[in-house]
Write a protein that binds this ligand. Sequence first.
Ligand code: BG6
Length: 298
Amino acid sequence: MQTFEDYQARYSAYEQIRFRREPGGLILFDLTTPTLCASFSLQGGQLLAFQHQGQVPLLWLSERAAMAPGKAIRGGIPLCWPWFGPAPDGAAKPAHGFARNLPWRLTSVLAEDNGWVVRFQLSDSADTRALWPHSFEASLTYQLGRAVRVDFCVVNLDPVPFSMSYAFHSYFPTADINGVEVLGLNGCDYYDQLQGMRLLHQEGGIRFAGECDRIYVDAGGEYLIRDAVAASELLIQTENCRSAVVWNPWQEKSSRLSDMADSAFQNMLCVECGNLGENSIVVPAGGAHASAMQLRYR
Ligand code: BG6
């Protein structure tokens, strides 16, 4: 595994990239250019923060996020994989899979025509096989420009098919959750996780007046977060993602979460995109699955 010093040495020629080590040992890096700034964590291959010049931040990061190895970081875009929610075999394994809790390899940071491109990889190891007995190569590629695009690809290196579910668990900032509406899910069915997975039907936009935890299936893949107080519209466009999850913990659950301030629920919202539940994916032996999400302010 590459160390902090290895990464520092490898990118020492780039004045735009600065590596940081958190007190608990997590390795982060900031990418700062005249037009954008972004922060990543090697754990999870996770984008933690992004801001394009002249725009407000695109992502929300909890001021109380646990920055400790093996603990999910609450904010940015954690990737939930290879399962979403509790482990499918019912065992006591990490919620939302292990991808967000393990260090990924930073394979390249490049300035390209359309902006900066940051690539991470994760391969199976003794740790992953203890939780999920499969051989794989997973990659996350971020393209950072006026928009943020994330490409996720999983290659099945096993001689047998495997099934998986996942989500880009994006955390977005809100000026006031009471003035937010999520559009793009009208007419979809959803499972309400707060009502024992009751199947319901969405009519119109989604507004927030309490805890919300819904899994939308067979969704269209394009959503808009309209924030009346911020006077902003954040567009989420996906490729090959049939599920969406809309989550806000509201007051009581926020105060139970040690990595969130009690009132933080007012200023964040998760609209997560991926393939889960009945949209879970089977990857054939030697095959691959790829999907993408793009985020930008309109
Ligand atoms: C959402 C789930 O995706 O993630 C919620 O639908 C869950 O049920 C939330 O509470 C946060 O999960 P975690 O594991 O990051 O605390």
